[in-house]
Design a binder for this molecule. Structure first.
Ligand code: BTN
Length: 324
């Protein structure tokens, strides 16, 4: 009996189960040339990956929801080959891995079915179970350090919201929470983690990481510390991850070619239209703690908060915002 579970064997099983129909354990074991006991070990591993897998005596195994695997070629074609696209089945973090590639290959995008050490903001981890969500990182090199780099996460938020609308249709509750979150009806749909690299005087390479809950399965509730929502649920339909990735890459490319020579002022109105907290009491914590009424973003991308001491403009990207 083979003791090691290779990724290829696991992926073969995922592909066989992807239609969410019942598959007999006997047939699957025979296909892989393994015993039933070895098969059940592999199925246990798929459950550990986060797949919602049912098993029944006499019926075999069945995924509770159909699964569309990410496909690099489909995504690259869908964005007009503007990005070099790669897909990894399992990786620690797409942001980490992409940062180690050669910038000469940019623009590059790396997506994964699952991350074992997905990174969130402020040193938090990003729950990344297999096959249900979008974990994507994009590498882009600017000839020099763009003056308005701190506004990039805000603009990436707008582009992501547009891509979601293009693929899933209009979602009235879709909002942006300054500086990096996407929300639907007050629950977190996704987040953006931008990691710039390079010297202040030379080229500037940014790794743009986007994580979106698309069809989160199982019960990650315990692992995620704030209310969350999946796009499938919000849109009441299964959203194609490949189509969404292509739309995202198209939008990002069009924006990034203009970014270094553009001003945030041109985006502020769009951002404020999607603002989740405008007019509400908010509390900011981080380097500075303050409370007040959120008044949208300025033409420089700062969050404006009306406090007892007057209107404050917050620029730091390392603050958390809570509805007070
Ligand atoms: C946040 O904390 O809200 C930001 C989350 C960013 C997660 C994405 S998933 C793809 C990319 N790779 C990572 O390790 N993190 C980002």
């Amino acid at each position: 009996m083979a003791a090691t579970l290779t990724i290829e064997e696991q992926l073969h099983l995922v592909d066989r189960l992807a239609d969410a129909q019942w598959h007999s354990g006997e047939a699957l074991a025979a296909e892989l040339g393994i015993s039933r006991a070895a098969l059940s070990k592999r199925m246990a591993q798929l459950r550990e990956w986060g797949l919602d897998l049912e098993s029944r005596q006499g019926l075999g195994y069945c995924l509770r929801h159909p699964l569309e695997r990410l496909d690099a070629q489909t995504i690259a074609q869908g964005c007009g080959q503007r990005w070099r696209v790669a897909v990894e089945p399992v990786i620690d973090s797409t942001n980490r891995a992409l940062a180690e590639t050669a910038s000469a290959q940019d623009p590059q995008a790396l997506l994964a079915e699952m991350q074992t050490a997905g990174r969130g903001r402020r040193g938090r981890s990003w729950q990344s179970p297999f096959g249900s969500n979008l974990y994507a990182s994009m590498a882009w090199t600017f000839a020099s350090w763009p003056a308005q780099l701190t506004t990039l996460p805000l603009i990436v938020g707008i582009i992501t919201a547009r891509a979601i609308t293009e693929v899933a249709g209009e979602l009235p509750g879709l909002r942006l929470k300054w500086p990096n979150d996407l929300w639907i009806d007050g629950r977190k749909l996704g987040g953006i983690l931008i990691e710039p690299r390079g010297e202040a005087t030379g080229q500037c390479r940014v790794i743009i990481g986007i994580g979106l809950n698309i069809g989160m399965q199982g019960d990650p509730e315990q692992a995620i510390t704030q209310p969350w929502i999946s796009l499938d649920q919000a849109a009441a339909q299964r959203v194609s991850r490949n189509a969404l990735a292509s739309a995202l890459l198209r939008g990002l490319h069009a924006m990034l070619v203009e970014f270094a020579s553009s001003q945030f002022a041109g985006w502020a109105e769009d951002w404020n239209r999607l603002d989740a907290t405008r007019g509400q009491m908010v509390r900011l914590s981080g380097e500075k703690t303050l409370e007040g009424t959120a008044r949208g973003v300025s033409e420089h991308g700062a969050l404006l908060v009306e406090t007892d001491d007057g209107l404050q403009a917050i620029y730091s990207g390392d603050v958390s915002l809570r509805l007070a």
